[in-house]
Design a protein around this ligand. Structure first.
Ligand code: ZN
Length: 254
């Protein structure tokens, strides 16, 4: 085979591999800067995607209150329009709202114009209730192309990804989900021990869970609630603080 053809096809394959990494990997920065961790090992940012969900979000708000936890909710615009009262209640309880697009498409396959419309519609839905524009965006499925993060930035957003995605949307029991959230405790034990022994400043986790489903409203996410009932007191006992994504990047380590 012509060596030039081999080299070319290798380069094409490598470029495709890099593009796929940039599109999918939660910590990839190729298609624009995103926040991927908190600025202190003591801070755990709880984030919930795909709501509001009348079947789960009110229970989740009560659960978070019981554990004195603040969180960030990345909302789907069309659900915001259907359930404005839940969104108002979420704000009233001290949580932060973020944009998760209007209909939750895979933005990797969308044009620049389509991406702008998806962001803008959700932006308007949340702004209308909040009285001011939200500041944080998370792409559906974490999928990006070169236009996604710049389109978010045009509307004034910073984009937030995650360190841990336990897969709470899967039809699995809480007994399956709970161990998949163990890495948060493992990181806390390791990093807080390091922070206690030296000047090393370790970062903390952003946990991505789901109080809703992009496929339908009123989805069952009771396993997510059960797993949080298990973990929130244990994480607190380890010295973790539950913060919004704003607080996650706002101050130096305590
Ligand atoms: Zn989502």
């Amino acid at each position: 085979m012509n060596p030039w053809l081999i080299a070319t096809s290798t380069a094409v394959a490598a470029a495709a591999g890099i593009a796929a990494y940039g599109a999918v990997h939660p910590r990839a920065q190729i298609f624009g800067l995103t926040v991927t961790r908190t600025d202190s090992s003591r801070k755990l940012a709880l984030t919930f995607d795909d709501g509001p969900n009348p079947a789960i979000t009110p229970q989740l708000l009560d659960l978070l209150d019981r554990h004195h936890a603040r969180a960030t909710f990345f909302l789907i615009g069309r659900y915001v329009r259907e359930c404005p009262d839940i969104v108002k209640e979420t704000i009233a309880r001290g949580h932060l709202l973020g944009n998760h697009t209007e209909t939750h498409p895979n933005l990797f396959r969308r044009s620049r114009k389509e991406i702008r419309i998806e962001l803008r519609l959700c932006h308007d839905a949340i702004s209308h209730i909040l009285g001011s524009p939200p500041k944080w965006f998370r792409p559906p499925f974490g999928m990006r192309n070169p236009w996604v993060i710049p389109a978010a930035r045009e509307l004034g957003y910073r984009s937030a990804m995650w360190t841990l995605l336990p897969g709470d949307w899967l039809e699995k029991p809480a007994e399956w989900l709970i161990p998949r959230m163990q890495p948060i405790a493992d990181h806390a034990q390791r990093n807080l021990a390091i922070a206690g022994n030296s000047a090393t400043k370790a970062t903390g986790d952003i946990l991505c869970l789901h109080d809703g489903s992009h496929q339908k409203i009123n989805a069952d996410r009771s396993r997510t609630l059960a797993a949080l009932e298990h973990w929130l007191p244990r994480w607190r006992d380890l010295g973790l603080e539950f913060v919004t994504i704003d607080q996650a990047v706002s101050t130096p380590a305590p």
